[in-house]
Ligand binder design. Sequence first.
Ligand code: 3PG
Length: 208
Amino acid sequence: MIPDILAAGPVMPVIIIEHADDAVPLAEALLAGGIRTAEITLRTPSALAAIEQIASGCPDMLVGAGTITSAEQAQQVKDAGGVFGVSPGSTEALIDGCNKSGLPMLYGAQTLSEMMALAEKGYHQMKFFPASAAGGIDFLKSVHSPMPHLRFCPTGGINQQNAAEWLSLPHIVCVGGSWLAPADLITSHAFAEITKRAQAASNLRRSD
Ligand code: 3PG
């Protein structure tokens, strides 16, 4: 399931949403621009309701949750109709708990040891976070030779200008970022601008 989510497009939008009523128009704006996944971060009180509204109102959108840091949140996301979860990191307790909920998870890693620990558990696709601050493209390039079996979705500091460079690396399946649908564009209902940004993002190409 996570491989399918990551293969759905070159960019996974990372979304901070203040009002659940904006969720369906937002999802429709992204879909109109060719973006078929949405990571709604659990950083606002309305995030779960937003996931629920997209899951029931936009069947073409693969909606999931970001910033999952507890097993309880993973269960709430599943109950809301989310089809995947993303965490900035990974702990034993989080992985055990999320496995119980059955929500497919994309875990975050920053160091080689964290990446190896996830691979030991069978997770060969992971989020590299915070991508720019944690070493950027040079760091992730260096990981490929010793760990050629790992695949990444880097997130943090990526935008329309530098996304193509990240996507040119052979072990990057997609990138994540908030630039497509930043909170201010959502709250001001600038959905045409979001569609424009989604269109530009979905036209980016992976190396393969
Ligand atoms: C985040 O956690 O907010 C995401 O990684 C998005 O980062 P960005 O705002 O730099 O795209």
